[in-house]
Design a protein around this ligand. Structure first.
Ligand code: GMT
Length: 375
């Protein structure tokens, strides 16, 4: 099939999912076209099966806001015509489903009918899309999609609760490409990060308020009272500075390493012992799944889709949002004993195997085929 993928090319989970999916589809013989404003960060290579088309938005001083949706929909029209793309898969409803629908309409004027699959990822529904300023347009573009998928049952439930949706929503969970992990590192080189008697605790996110970065620091400060450890903070965003300040205030700044954004997530997870994700809301929690796939147990909140990923007492522990003391106590339970840690690491990996890409990509292929055949 010839598939056009629209996503955010940045470090966010939806862009990572879209990129990994596109790369996997290309390996299965499909022709994949990424249409976005920057080459996606996880896009490793371009080939005759995998293409990247940049959306350019010319700056014009008259506009206070440059019209990205307009440029995207025009680019979609051009690329569909040029490369005979058969299906559009847009990740994140805003503004991608909206721009995709406009492209469909323009193409229909020229006698070209193309289906659009929209994948909902989380904040496009629970935070941003739900805002009254966006809601009518988000509802409209979801209802105009030929197929709608969501990354968890929880997100599907949220969508149906918050929006007036007439379409069926199919749950297709996020996934891990284990072929990229197996035997990847012969030595995790943990000694560059911590002393031998220290545990390594990791957090990875975009450091937005929804991730509760302050709780990450508080949990670490608590657990460190009972267990020697270093905290590695990966990512960047508005909560980085407050987190640094709190670490200083709590007297643990020397044990917290802020690494900024990284493309070496698997390398970092390879030497990690525990992952913290105490988010306010999380429709899936891809970062938690990536940790588990690397054999890292997870201490998370029990919000949104996290209970569909992290298994209580098996791959880690889940607590109510903001219950820092319980999260710290559970972290110590996992970290304090070598044998317990080893068992949780194994169990985290076992849990992640249910999300093997090999089980998930055929589900998207089936969705594309059905959508194409309906046209
Ligand atoms: O977590 C973010 O703020 C980024 C956001 C995104 O769109 O990239 O992540 C959402 O999509 C991910 C991939 O499906 C999910 O794993 C995250 O749980 C979801 N984030 C939230 O719901 C807050």
């Amino acid at each position: 099939m010839k598939i056009g993928i629209v996503c955010y090319p940045t470090f966010g989970g939806s862009g990572v999912v879209a990129t990994e999916l596109g790369m996997a589809l290309s390996k299965r013989g499909h022709q994949v076209h990424f249409i976005t404003y920057k080459q996606p960060v996880r896009l490793e290579h371009l080939s005759n099966h995998i293409h990247y088309h940049q959306v350019n938005v010319p700056e014009y001083p008259l506009f206070h806001y440059q019209p990205y949706e307009l440029a995207l929909s025009s680019k979609l029209v051009d690329m569909v015509k040029l490369h005979k793309i058969e299906v559009l898969h847009v990740h994140y409803a805003i503004p991608h489903a909206y721009a995709g629908y406009m492209a469909k309409q323009m193409l229909a004027e020229e006698g070209i009918d193309i289906p659009m699959v929209t994948t909902l990822h989380g904040t496009d529904i629970t935070l941003v899309g739900n805002h009254p300023f966006y809601k009518p347009a988000v509802t409209f573009s979801i209802n105009k999609s030929d197929c709608v998928t969501s990354v968890s049952q929880s997100l599907k439930d949220d969508t149906l609760r918050l929006f007036d949706i007439k379409n069926a929503i199919k749950v297709i969970p996020n996934f891990i490409d284990f072929s990229k992990l197996r035997g990847h590192f012969s030595d995790c080189q943990r000694s560059i990060m911590a002393n031998e008697d220290e545990r390594i605790v990791t957090h990875i996110s975009n450091f937005r308020k929804v991730k509760r970065i302050i709780d990450v620091i508080k949990i670490f400060a608590e657990l460190r009272k009972q267990c020697k450890a270093k905290l590695i903070m990966v990512g960047d965003g508005p909560q980085q500075l407050p987190a640094k300040e709190l670490a200083k205030e709590l007297g643990i700044r020397q044990d917290v390493l802020f690494m900024g954004e990284s493309t070496e997530i698997n390398k970092i997870l390879c030497f990690s012992d525990l992952f913290l994700l105490p988010s306010e809301s999380e429709s899936f929690g891809l970062a938690a799944l990536e940790a588990m796939a690397n054999g890292v147990p997870v201490i998370s909140s029990n919000t949104g889709g996290l209970p569909e990923v992290n298994r209580q007492g098996f791959s880690g522990y889940l607590s109510d949002v903001g219950n820092v003391s319980e999260m710290a106590a559970n972290a110590v339970k996992i970290l304090k004993d070598d044998a317990v840690l080893k068992q949780f690491k194994q169990q985290a990996k076992t849990t992640a195997l249910a999300f093997d890409i090999e089980k998930v990509v055929p589900q998207y292929e089936a969705v594309y085929k059905k959508a194409i055949n309906q046209y």
